[in-house]
Design a binder for this molecule. Structure first.
Ligand code: OGA
Ligand code: MN
Length: 401
């Protein structure tokens, strides 16, 4: 069931959770490669002491959803996932969809997010906070669309600092500076709220893809772009005015994803697993409770995680993106896997060949409002935020690197 937890967005994570996160951040890669407490999250994920398999009936028609997203170009040989998803035993409501997105679809999703949506001036990015971001009007070769920032034409566009920020150009912006972009509801990191003004429409094809797979409405998204060394501090996402599930899709390099709840008065529902091996007991913290229920998940390109029920408001973060783990089929993006022929659209992106090899992209999708009932909602998340409680609701999310 969905717990209505304290929504104080300025609340800091309990010390025990911060300490646990720090321990994982300091670990050598070899430690989490070998550890039996890390949920592997591969296509061969099997039921064990950490996860239970669940059949998700919504996935019976997934081939159609994928086909629509690919304009019918999903090959017959392309893998279509099974209906099996995995629920984390220690955190009911936390579901893993291993390897849910076929490879060609992952590439097309990157194209849509980073060529099309990034070059749409309606979508804010962290760069906008300090720079005037330049947009290139459509050219004949872009078929009516804005120019992708990865297009050679955009290389020399001026990225002008608004205040005393260091000089920037488009290649540097893409390689180093770009950290997030918002779709749909444009979350305002300064005000810590969604603005009252109507948001730009959520990109329709991405919306149909997400809603075709998961039991929620895609109304706002943060696209996180991780470069080597980037992490995401422990936070919980509480700015949305409803408790519908949140969906996180991973592309590119692998990540260590930590999720935790501290048992105590705020989480008074005890579960059958409360005393299991996955309950971590931390002594000497000053939280007053000392019992954490935790999950460590290794997220690979094409995996998705759904946070629902009590896990919807769990503390979570990404202490590590694992170097050299971008899958081969994606490493050359935005250039084509094989050297593209002269004059093709793909050939225009040769200058950024391998950009994706060191990156991780996370599409983090939220439903903002509870006014529309979601059919087939299986995880029991209820829409129990009172209208009075949501004005100017803020979050402790720290996506700004
Ligand atoms: C977020 C988030 C997780 C990830 O954007 O709020 O938790 O895997 N992202 O990047
Ligand atoms: Mn989050």
């Amino acid at each position: 069931m969905s717990e209505r937890i304290d929504l104080d967005a300025h609340g800091k994570a309990p010390d025990a959770i911060k300490a646990w996160y720090k321990r994982w951040q300091r670990k050598q890669s070899s430690a989490f490669n070998a550890s039996p407490s890390v949920i592997g999250c591969a296509s061969n994920l099997e039921e064990d002491h950490l996860v239970r398999a669940v059949i998700e009936p919504r996935l019976s028609d997934i081939g159609k959803v994928f086909g629509d997203f690919m304009d019918g170009h999903l090959g017959a040989g392309d893998h279509v996932p099974t209906q099996r998803v995995f629920e984390v035993k220690s955190l009911p409501g936390l579901f893993i969809y291993p390897n849910i997105l076929p490879e060609p679809l992952q590439l097309r999703l990157l194209d849509k997010l980073l060529h099309r949506d990034l070059s749409d001036p309606q979508h804010q990015t962290n760069v906008h906070l300090h720079y005037d971001v330049p947009y290139g009007a459509p050219r004949p070769h872009t078929q009516g669309k804005y120019i992708s920032f990865f297009d050679p034409v955009a290389r020399t566009f001026p990225v002008k600092p608004k205040t005393s920020h260091t000089a920037l150009n488009v290649p540097k912006m893409l390689d180093k500076k770009l950290r997030w972009m918002t779709l749909g509801g444009q979350y305002d990191w300064t005000a810590k709220a969604y603005p009252a003004s109507p948001p730009p429409p959520f990109p329709e094809d991405v919306k149909n893809l997400v809603e075709g797979i998961f039991p929620m409405k895609a109304e706002a998204a943060i696209v996180n772009i991780y470069s080597p060394g980037d992490k995401l501090s422990v936070h919980r996402d509480v700015s949305e005015a409803c408790a519908q599930p949140l969906v996180s899709i991973s592309l590119g390099c692998e990540a260590i994803f930590l999720v935790a709840l501290e048992d105590g008065p705020a989480y008074s529902t005890s579960t059958a697993d409360a005393g299991s091996a996955v309950t971590t007991s931390i002594k000497g913290d000053n939280s007053g409770h000392g019992k954490l229920r935790t999950a460590v998940i290794r997220l690979r390109s094409g995996d998705a995680v759904l946070m629902s029920g009590e896990a919807r408001y769990a503390w979570h973060g990404v202490p590590r993106v694992v170097a050299n783990t971008c899958p081969d089929f994606m490493r050359s993006w935005p250039a084509a896997a094989a050297r593209a022929s002269v004059g093709t659209v793909e050939e225009r992106y040769e200058g950024y060949r391998g950009w994706m090899a060191v990156k991780r992209v996370n599409l983090n999708v939220r439903q903002m409002f509870a006014d529309v009932a979601v059919e087939g909602e299986g995880s029991g998340a209820d829409d129990d935020v009172s209208a009075a409680g949501k004005g100017g609701e803020a979050t402790s999310t720290e996506n700004i690197a």
